[in-house]
Design a protein around this ligand. Structure first.
Ligand code: HE5
Length: 151
């Protein structure tokens, strides 16, 4: 599990992502669909869209913003309030039917995008980010287990 210091380390570089969640979220989702084309089918709004229509797509930008805002909330809370991820796990398991492996896949994409786009994200902060994302995945997995969602 990530320590409080690791959450703080990540937050110290998170300013640009907090300030502009839509732009970074858009990049994350586009990169997700490129690296793992199957993931696009999990989004009813985007499933049928050809690549060109994922560029400058306001729905994609809006959803990217929602995803990043949730991550910022998780970071700022330092993994303390279990309800944040409990609610997230519940909607993703029951409503959206997202197999848990996608939390690892999107975490890897987020890591890649953050390190690429954010200046000064050094090796210590990178390790901290890896650990924080690992904590996120582990806790989501635990809630999936509690819900009896096996995928
Ligand atoms: O759960 C919600 O609110 C608590 C609903 C809005 C929401 C969704 C929906 C939020 C806040 C998140 N996602 C956040 C989030 C953070 C992690 C990194 N998501 Zn989410 N999602 C929503 C993830 C990870 C993740 C991986 C994948 C493949 N997520 C998805 C997919 C996904 C889908 C299909 C939806 C439904 C909304 C939609 O289709 O919007 C266009």
């Amino acid at each position: 599990c990530a320590s409080a210091a690791e959450f703080i380390s990540v937050l110290s570089f998170w300013g640009p992502l907090k300030a502009d969640p839509k732009s970074y979220g858009e990049v994350v989702l586009q990169r997700l669909f490129e690296t793992k084309p199957d993931s696009q089918k999990l989004f009813p709004k985007f499933a049928a869209l050809p690549k060109e229509q994922l560029q400058n797509n306001p729905d994609l930008q809006a959803h990217g913003g929602i995803v990043l805002c949730k991550l910022t909330e998780f970071l700022q809370d330092g993994g303390q309030d279990k309800k944040i991820l409990k609610d997230l796990a519940e909607s993703h398991a029951k409503q959206h039917k997202i197999p848990r492996v996608y939390f690892q896949i999107i975490s890897d994409v987020i890591f890649e995008v953050v390190v690429e786009k954010i200046e000064g994200f050094g090796t210590d902060a990178q390790t901290a980010l890896k650990n924080v994302l690992k904590t996120f995945q582990t806790q989501m997995g635990e809630f999936y287990d509690e819900l009896g969602f096996d995928d």
